[in-house]
Write a protein that binds this ligand. Structure first.
Ligand SMILES: [Zn+2]
Length: 348
């Protein structure tokens, strides 16, 4: 018995010694975690070298003690952590994250409940990037608001959580998601309330919006006048069945003057399920549209250089077109019809 164990350990040690130390490590199954831990016990450098750890376990049985062991072993260099455990209970998350200390942690992507996550963030003020899932406090202030987060510059998550967190923090990049209500539609007043928060420092914003909001650009310009890049994704609303319903950009003058309210904007991408021009894909019609958007009262927008138009999005006739300003002339830089491409294409 003892001899067998000794032989196994010797074999494990040899296997551990022959492995490369990898900074990037994925845990897709509990078995992989278990195997790695037995090797890392023989050679700790394997875990000490991990800088970017990605744990995605779909099953209901989450080996919390082993995960904590891996996190403790990799705490020397770990800066980038992805923890996606869809079936883990709230109590399980608290046990997993309690007291965890990762001195170099700067990027987190997780579906952890925000209460457990805010405990973790209290101990990690150096976090710069935060990507979170839906909130269980919909309609109220998000608990993440109370986390210190002095270094946070980029956040991905529900608009309601972002608008709670962003107050007084120097976030520059924001990618919002919208929580749909029971009807499947986003409540417009909730959306506008979330958007009324100041996003004064934000330069890059990606945001979905309900189709019925006519003044969408004005609301965004009021909240985030320093924007350099804006990706607007129209949501599909079960309440707006007719694609022919009017949209914000149908009033071209208002649309163009609202673009002027963001004088640093260089990139605008718009995704809509309706058509932008009478003959989808027609370059001349698109060019006319671009001119109407970028010129307000005879003046060219001071900074716009790139436009991306995605219309009939998600339909068979989907069109994606990229327009660039080149030597004061707008030129179609690329695009395709019937392409099946996911946004975002533009982010940066
Ligand atoms: Zn939240």
């Amino acid at each position: 018995m003892l001899i067998t164990r000794f032989k196994n350990e010797k074999r494990l040690k040899q296997a551990a010694l022959s492995m490369n130390i990898e900074p990037l490590f994925f845990v897709p199954t509990a078995k992989k975690l278990e195997d790695f831990l037995s090797l890392a016990k023989q050679r700790k450098a394997l875990a000490h070298g991990i800088e970017s750890l990605h744990v995605t376990l779909e099953g209901p049985k989450i080996p919390i003690p082993q995960l904590r062991e891996l996190l403790a072993l990799s705490s020397r260099k770990l800066s980038d952590l992805e923890l996606v455990l869809p079936k883990l209970s709230k109590a399980g998350w608290s046990r997993l994250l309690q007291g965890l200390r990762l001195p170099h942690l700067s990027h987190i992507r997780t579906n952890a409940p925000h209460a457990a996550l805010s405990e973790l963030l209290l101990l990690h003020p150096q976090v710069q990037y935060l990507s979170v899932d839906s909130c269980d406090r919909a309609g109220r202030e998000c608990i993440l608001e109370a986390a210190p987060l002095p270094a946070l510059s980029e956040m991905v998550g529900p608009l309601s959580c972002i608008s709670s967190v962003i107050n007084g923090r120097p976030l520059t990049r924001v990618s919002a998601k919208l929580d749909a209500g029971r009807s499947g539609a986003v409540a417009v007043p909730d959306f506008l309330r979330a958007l009324s928060t100041s996003m004064a420092a934000v330069t890059n914003l990606q945001i979905p919006f309900p189709p019925r909001i006519r003044g969408i650009l004005r609301h965004i310009a009021d909240a985030a006048p320093a924007l350099e890049s804006l990706v607007l994704q129209e949501t599909r609303s079960p309440l707006v069945r007719r694609a022919s319903e009017r949209r914000a950009w149908d009033n071209t003058n208002a649309w163009a003057s609202d673009l002027w309210r963001m004088p640093r904007l260089t990139t605008l991408a718009l995704l809509t399920h309706t058509s932008l021009i009478p003959h989808p894909g027609d370059a001349q019609e698109e060019e006319r549209l671009v001119q109407e958007w970028v010129i307000s009262n005879g003046h060219h927008h001071p900074s716009l250089r790139h436009l991306a138009l995605c219309y009939h999005a998600g339909d068979e006739g989907e069109v994606i077109s990229y327009w660039d300003l080149n030597d004061r002339v707008w030129i179609k830089a690329g695009g395709h019809n019937n392409a099946n491409i996911d946004v975002p294409w533009l982010w940066g």
